[in-house]
Write a protein that binds this ligand. Structure first.
Ligand SMILES: [Zn+2]
Ligand SMILES: [Zn+2]
Length: 341
């Protein structure tokens, strides 16, 4: 099969992904082999490819927002028959036995495996996955519409949950990429007022288009105090700025897997029981719950298409904010719309 293979992490400008012929893996016990229809491009892919996350496998095929069709089932795999349309997300596997797994917090598992990071992912024509960790894709969504739901969507949803935002509350979104453009649709569905702070004017316009009450620069102060906020941009200097506009007792959730150092700030910004917390991975329950809500709304994702051969270019554009929206690959084209990163 054809795949984009990473040998050594390097800046995306050096084109570290090689389009190459590699063998298709046979599905092991409990696994399915999936023919990839499309795969979203996520900022985490950039963190993996550029080495901001410590390398865990080499060579590696990245990609963890995969929509495809079951081509072959391994022994004991009976959940999805051949021909089923399924989605594969970041969480490839957990040990199922650690204290976190046993207490409904498998997202914090001590021995996790991650798609496109510790095992091969979806920048390829085929991928294998464990059937207990994949999702049925609601019929409502076209393949390329569904792909960004599998990371940007699920993580945005978990971030919303952990922000504690309530019906009718006021929510800040910092950075308006793929995750935020999905999260705002869920928040609006819940009757939440959204205040979007992003440096990119196109993203500000998109936020308004999607129902934001206010959109402005990252460091501009929204006109009201916020009950909760989520930082999706990987920039630590946003944390004190976001705390400054949070009401007493409000929660600031940090949705990224990687962030530049957070500058020191006066205790006053945190005092009055404000909470700062990170969001790490997701449970399968988050994924199932989100896909159900996503189909009810229904969520619309903005995407652009790229062919798999153009993975370096797609990631380069993502890095430089040349794209607004979620990038997704579809054989033989990559989609890339006004999705957001
Ligand atoms: Zn575990
Ligand atoms: Zn992701």
């Amino acid at each position: 099969m054809k795949a984009c293979v990473l040998l050594h992490p390097a800046p995306i400008e050096a084109q570290p992904l090689n389009y190459a012929e590699v063998p298709v893996r046979e599905p092991a016990t409990g696994e399915v082999l999936i023919r990839v229809k499309c795969c979203g491009v996520c900022r985490t892919d950039l963190h993996v490819i550029e080495g901001e996350l410590p390398p865990r496998k080499s060579p590696l095929i990245p990609g963890h927002q995969i929509v495809g069709v079951v081509e072959k089932t391994g022994s004991g795999a009976i959940r999805f028959p051949v021909g089923s349309r399924v989605g594969i997300a970041w969480l490839h596997k957990t040990d199922g036995t650690c204290a976190y797994c046993r207490s409904a917090a498998e997202n914090l598992c001590d021995h996790p495996e991650f798609t496109g990071y510790t095992v091969d992912g979806g920048y390829a024509e085929y991928v294998t996955a464990i059937e207990q960790f994949i999702y049925a894709i609601p019929d409502k969504f076209a393949d390329e519409q569904a792909a960004p739901l599998l990371c940007a969507g699920i993580i945005g949803f978990r971030s919303l949950r952990l922000s504690g935002i309530q019906l009718g509350g006021r929510l800040g979104l910092y950075g308006f990429g793929a995750a935020a453009h999905v999260a705002i649709q869920v928040a609006r569905h819940w009757g939440v007022e959204v205040y979007a702070a992003t440096r990119d004017e196109r993203h500000q316009r998109l936020a308004m288009e999607l129902g934001a009450k206010w959109a402005g620069d990252t460091f501009a102060e929204p006109p009201v105090k916020l009950d909760a906020a989520i930082v999706f941009a990987p920039a630590g200097e946003i944390v004190p700025a976001a705390l400054k506009v949070l009401r007493k007792g409000g929660t600031l959730a940090l949705g990224g897997i990687h962030m530049s150092p957070i500058p020191s700030f006066p205790y006053d910004l945190l005092y009055q029981e404000r909470v700062v917390r990170s969001v790490a991975n997701n449970t399968r329950q988050d994924g199932e719950d989100f896909l159900k809500v996503a189909a009810e709304i229904p969520i619309e994702t903005r995407i652009q298409l790229f062919p798999l051969t153009e993975a370096n270019r797609a990631l380069n554009a993502l890095k430089n904010d040349a794209i607004s929206g979620a990038a997704a690959r579809q054989a033989p084209y990559w989609y890339w719309g006004s999705a957001i990163f």
